[in-house]
Ligand binder design. Structure first.
Ligand SMILES: C[S@@+](CC[C@H](N)C(=O)[O-])C[C@H]1O[C@@H](n2cnc3c(N)ncnc32)[C@H](O)[C@@H]1O
Length: 215
C-alpha cells in the first residue's frame, strides 16, 4: 500500500479499533487536548483545513462544529476507521470530506490548505516516514499556513518522566519521547516551530506543537 512499508492502525491491531474512542476519552484527556489544539490553530472563517490521520474523526468533527464556516478534510490510511468517521459525521449531521491516503504521500496539490492539524499520528510513523510526512505537510500548506500537532513529546512532568522509559517503546514513539519532532519540522522548512503546551495523560506527556510555513 505505501512506499514506506510499515503501517500501524489506531490501536496497533485492527481488531482493537472499536475500543479506540473509549480508550482515548478515558486515558488521554481527549476533549481537553483536542479543544486546546483547535484554539491554538486560530482558525478563521473560510479557511481550508486538513486533519492528518483523522482516525474515527473526533477531531475532524469538532473542528467543523466549532468552525462551521471552514472547509474540513480528514485523511487516514485505514478504510475501517474512515467508515466509523463517516458514521459519526452522518449521525452528527456534519459535512466533512473524508479521504483515504497516506500521510507521507498526500493526494493534494501544493498550497491547498491553510492549516494542517494532526493528533496522535506521528508516533505511528517510522523516523523516515515522519520526515516525509513533514515535507508533505509543508508542500500542501500555503505560504504562511500552519501545522498544529498533538502527540507524545519529551516528558516534562515527573509522572511523564517516570513513564517515558516504557512508553518510548510504543509503536514508533521513540523520536517523540526524545524530543525530535521540532527538529523534523524545522528540517522540512517550517519556522518558527514551538511547543506551547504539554498535557500529562495516563500514557505520558502529550505535547502540542505549532510550526509555520514561511511566507
Ligand atoms: C492513534 S490514531 C489517532 C486518530 C485521530 N487523529 C485521533 O486523535 O483520534 C492514529 C491514526 O493514524 C492513522 N495512520 C497511521 N499511519 C498512517 C499513515 N501513514 N497515513 C495516514 N494515516 C495513518 C491510523 O490509521 C490511525 O487512524
Amino acid at each position: 500500500m505505501s512506499k514506506g512499508g510499515k503501517y500501524i492502525p489506531a490501536l496497533s491491531f485492527d481488531w482493537l479499533t472499536p475500543l479506540y474512542d473509549p480508550l482515548l476519552r478515558w486515558g488521554m484527556r481527549e476533549e481537553t487536548f483536542k479543544r486546546a489544539l483547535i484554539v491554538q490553530a486560530q482558525i478563521k472563517p473560510g479557511q481550508r483545513l486538513l486533519d492528518l490521520g483523522c482516525g474515527t474523526g473526533t477531531l475532524t468533527l469538532l473542528i467543523k462544529q466549532l468552525h462551521p464556516d471552514s472547509e474540513v478534510v480528514g485523511l487516514d490510511g485505514d478504510p475501517n476507521v474512515l467508515e466509523i468517521a463517516r458514521g459519526k459525521a452522518a449521525q452528527a449531521g456534519v459535512t466533512i470530506t473524508l479521504d483515504h491516503g497516506l500521510a507521507f504521500q498526500l493526494p493534494y496539490p501544493d498550497g491547498s490548505f491553510d492549516r494542517v492539524l494532526s493528533s496522535l499520528v506521528l508516533h505511528h510513523l517510522t523516523s523516515e516516514d515522519k520526515q516525509r510526512a513533514a515535507h508533505e505537510v509543508f508542500r500542501v500548506l500555503r505560504p504562511g499556513g500552519e501545522l498544529h500537532v498533538a502527540d507524545f513529546g519529551q516528558p516534562r512532568s515527573a509522572y511523564a518522566k517516570l513513564l517515558a522509559p516504557v512508553m518510548q517503546h510504543l509503536e514508533e514513539a521513540s523520536d517523540n519521547f526524545r524530543g525530535l519532532l521540532p527538529e523534523m519540522f524545522r528540517g522540512a522548512g517550517f519556522a518558527p516551530v514551538d511547543e506551547p503546551a504539554q498535557f500529562t495523560t495516563v500514557f505520558g506527556g502529550l505535547s502540542l506543537y505549532q510550526a509555520r510555513k514561511p511566507t
